[in-house]
Design a protein around this ligand. Structure first.
Ligand code: GLN
Length: 450
């Protein structure tokens, strides 16, 4: 823990942390030592982790990287983090992210962008991906042995890919959402980010499980993810969706995907071409459903109950001033899109239509999974890009999520495993998509790729 704290402080220029809690970490580490001495060690005893600042941590500033949550010290602890502490993990502090987890580059944070520990050959500073950019950078830089992430449309998988680490978004309902700041409630899912598949399996083991405080949490036993890791892929059928081979796709990404197929084939898996015909509509569907839910979830930040309050001459003006100053541009954009697609007169044309397409996307996967055990795709369409490069064009930014949002819309588990380097020497990941609650199998396939 002491080494991790030093490394965290040395890594300050990455801006991966919003709040550091070194004293708390040392206190937790001492408690872990004491338990270990008594032979009572948990699964993660004494392991220093960092927590995305979207998880409520009791008594510790929780910001969602937004100005509007200034000074918010929750009186409660999220279930997912409480589960980690129960297994003996130690908290280093709270990680930077895109504001309210909206973004793909960690540039929408009120606390400034996170810098990817990987640099371009000419030294240019690159984004770590997002929204769990701080999480990916902290693990990649090596000061946190693992980090929590959340994934609504790719926010665990895409930054894992851009920083050369492993991350898994579990099945919707596998990890409790209780105490996690809500972005789009029907999509949000928390999961682990770590260096290896094994570390992810250990963390997921601790985080997962039924929680009566989250009505969408699923009451199903948590399997032993670690025990099942090394079974290999012999005889498994791995699907390759034709629709993910998009026009204008970077040849490096195509080559990486081919390489992944090859590795799995050599390990004894059978490669099967499949179709996911509604893939083309996934991005548009996501960028209706997610902002719609966000606009509703973010209505609670009104200057009355939490964080920032900017006074005005009456209540309405106080609301306007608080929300106008407290939310950044991307968050305001999402609230406006969301409010629009939910408004009377447009609801059926946009929101209801998007929900119908979402069902079709889900059905595509159900059909494919009658023929295959898991699906292999690239995680992201590109490697890490320079800070500032895609900032002026939200649509270009949204394209980062093209391979990850379909899984989220279908509620399926997805994981990114580091699989190679681009010609610029930057990490690239491959994505594995699994059947509902088949995280075990996914981790096993991931183990073959790493
Ligand atoms: N990049 C996507 C978005 O901006 C996904 C974010 C996420 O998964 N939290 O909505």
């Amino acid at each position: 823990t002491q080494g991790s704290i030093k490394a965290m402080q040395a890594a300050k220029p990455l801006n991966a942390m919003i709040t550091e809690t070194p004293e708390k970490a040392l206190e937790m580490a001492r408690a872990a030592d004491a338990r270990r001495a008594k032979g009572e060690a948990g699964l993660l005893e004494g392991i220093p982790l960092a927590i995305k600042d979207l998880f409520a941590t009791q008594g510790v500033l929780t910001t969602a990287a937004s100005h509007i949550l200034d000074g918010f010290h929750p009186e409660y602890e999220s279930t997912a983090t409480a589960n980690l502490w129960k297994q003996g993990a130690v908290m280093l502090g709270k990680l930077n992210l895109d504001e309210f987890a909206m973004g793909s580059s960690n540039e929408t944070s009120y606390y400034g962008p996170v810098v990817n520990p990987w640099r371009a050959k000419d030294g240019t500073r690159l984004v770590p991906g997002g929204s769990s950019g701080g999480s990916a950078a902290a693990v990649s830089a090596g000061f946190a042995l693992g980090a929590t992430g959340t994934d609504t449309g790719g926010s665990i998988r895409q930054p894992a890919s851009l920083c050369g680490i492993t991350g898994i978004k579990p099945t919707y309902g596998r990890v409790s959402r209780w105490g996690i700041v809500a972005f789009a409630s029907s999509l949000d899912q928390a999961g682990p980010m770590a260096r290896t598949v094994r570390d992810c399996a250990l963390m997921l083991q601790a985080m997962a499980g039924f929680d009566p405080k989250d009505s969408t949490s699923v009451d199903r036993p948590v399997p032993d993810y670690v025990a099942n890791l090394d079974g290999g892929v012999k005889g498994m059928r791995i699907g390759i969706p034709r629709e993910y081979r998009m026009d204008g796709m970077d040849p490096e990404i195509v080559a990486l995907w081919e390489q992944g197929k090859q590795w799995l084939k050599e390990a004894g898996a059978e490669i099967v071409d499949i179709n996911l015909p509604h893939t083309h509509y996934a991005l548009a569907t996501y960028y209706i459903v997610a902002p719609a839910e966000a606009s509703s979830n973010l209505a609670r930040y009104d200057g009355v109950r939490y964080g920032l309050r900017v006074p005005g001459k009456d209540l309405t003006e106080m609301y306007e001033n608080t929300r106008g100053e407290g939310f950044g541009r991307e968050v305001q954009r999402r609230i406006m899109i969301g409010t629009y697609v939910l408004s009377a007169g447009y609801y059926d044309a946009y929101y209801t239509k998007a929900q119908k397409v979402r069902t079709l996307i889900k059905k595509d996967f159900e059909q494919a999974f009658q023929r295959v055990d898991a699906i292999l795709t690239p995680t992201a369409p590109n490697a890490a890009f320079p800070i500032g490069m895609k900032n002026d064009d939200p649509v270009t930014m949204y394209l980062n999520d093209v391979f990850t949002v379909p899984t989220s819309l279908a509620g399926l588990p997805g994981m990114s495993v580091p699989a190679g380097l681009s010609s610029g020497g930057l990490p690239l990941g491959l994505q594995l998509i699994g059947k509902p609650f088949e995280e075990s199998q996914l981790l096993r396939v991931g183990r073959t790729l790493e």
